[in-house]
Design a protein around this ligand. Structure first.
Ligand SMILES: Cc1cc2nc3c(=O)[nH]c(=O)nc-3n(C[C@H](O)[C@H](O)[C@H](O)COP(=O)(O)OP(=O)(O)OC[C@H]3O[C@@H](n4cnc5c(N)ncnc54)[C@H](O)[C@@H]3O)c2cc1C
Length: 275
């Protein structure tokens, strides 16, 4: 470890309250948070991620946690931030296999479906994700609904490449959103008909012939398949690209974190072998 490197201290959790609930589309709900602690978020933090904190039963009232127990954390992107109006928005996918109001959905999705204006929640962060190298002109940007807020912020902040193809997977036709895109950027919407529809579509993609980067954030298995597809292309610039899984089919965020760690270890072992 480099001792001279200053360790950035973790920001302490903030207490925020729900100001407004906006149903953006059938499977996406915007939760607008506010309160005095908004002042502790830095300007320009839209696109960063935060950690929402829950009890094991999915309540945001952490006074109900048993003594010594740690809260369950769920990661979300700040989709919009307005320091003047003291509003921080999070766009939450209402994923579920049965009734969203019951226990079949995850803690966070169920909270988003049931929460009322005025409820409070503890929020950790914000933290920043790595990006891509914009020096490369061509880019392929892949997102599912969980990563759409992050992708929209990349576009808004001019962090996509000059010529970019966006491939966005949504759960239904009604979940497509109107995007304001600069010239040179095209979008292809894909419907999530099966677990692999995103990676299937990518397998049919005409990849750029010149050097290109990839920004990809979606389900774990899809991310791995897309990463392998990209790696097989001649112009792919791996070091300048970004791949992240945002969730994993069949496991909660805690199980997903373990899978991510194992995947990162495998990746660095492979890189070691090929170096
Ligand atoms: C950096 C980062 C930013 C993210 N930003 C956002 C964001 O802005 N908006 C957003 O909605 N999500 C976002 N996510 C994804 C979100 O953290 C996960 O979807 C999380 O697992 C949801 O928690 P949960 O409590 O609802 O479900 P969990 O308790 O974690 O999981 C319960 C079950 O639901 C399944 N599941 C989880 N998510 C989904 C899904 N999207 N679709 C279908 N099944 C699912 C799991 O496979 C599991 O079987 C982000 C993740 C990361 C790493």
């Amino acid at each position: 470890m480099n001792d001279t490197k200053q360790k950035r201290s973790k920001p302490s959790p903030k207490r925020l309250s729900v100001l407004e609930l906006i149903d953006i589309s059938p499977n996406l709900r915007r939760v607008v948070l506010g309160g005095d602690d908004i002042a502790k978020f830095p300007e320009g933090c839209a696109g960063d991620y935060v950690k929402l904190m829950f009890t094991a039963e999915g309540r945001s009232d952490l006074s109900q946690l048993p003594a010594g127990a740690k809260p369950a954390m769920r990661t979300y992107t700040i989709s919009e931030f307005d320091s003047q109006q003291q509003r921080l928005s999070i766009d939450m996918v209402l994923h579920h296999h049965g009734d969203i109001k019951n226990s079949e959905a995850g803690l966070a999705a169920r909270w988003a479906a049931n929460v009322a204006v005025g409820s409070e929640i503890m929020v950790g962060g914000p933290g920043q994700s790595a990006g891509i190298d914009k020096q490369v002109a061509q880019g392929v940007f892949v997102a599912d609904m969980t990563a759409l807020p992050a992708l929209k912020q990349l576009v808004a902040k001019g962090q996509v490449t000059e010529q970019a193809q966006l491939l966005i997977e949504v759960n239904s036709e009604q979940d497509k959103q109107a995007l304001e895109l600069p010239e040179g950027i095209s979008v292809q919407w894909l419907l999530r008909e099966s677990e692999t529809s995103l990676s299937d579509a990518l397998s049919k993609l005409v990849w750029p012939e010149q050097e290109f980067v990839v920004w990809c954030a979606c389900e774990f298995g899809n991310m791995r398949r897309i990463r392998a597809l990209a790696a097989a292309q001649a112009g792919f610039q791996q070091r300048a690209s970004y791949f992240s899984s945002y969730w994993k089919i069949g496991v909660s965020e805690d199980g997903h974190k373990l899978a991510k760690r194992q995947d990162a270890e495998q990746q660095s072992q492979q890189a070691g072998k090929t170096a």
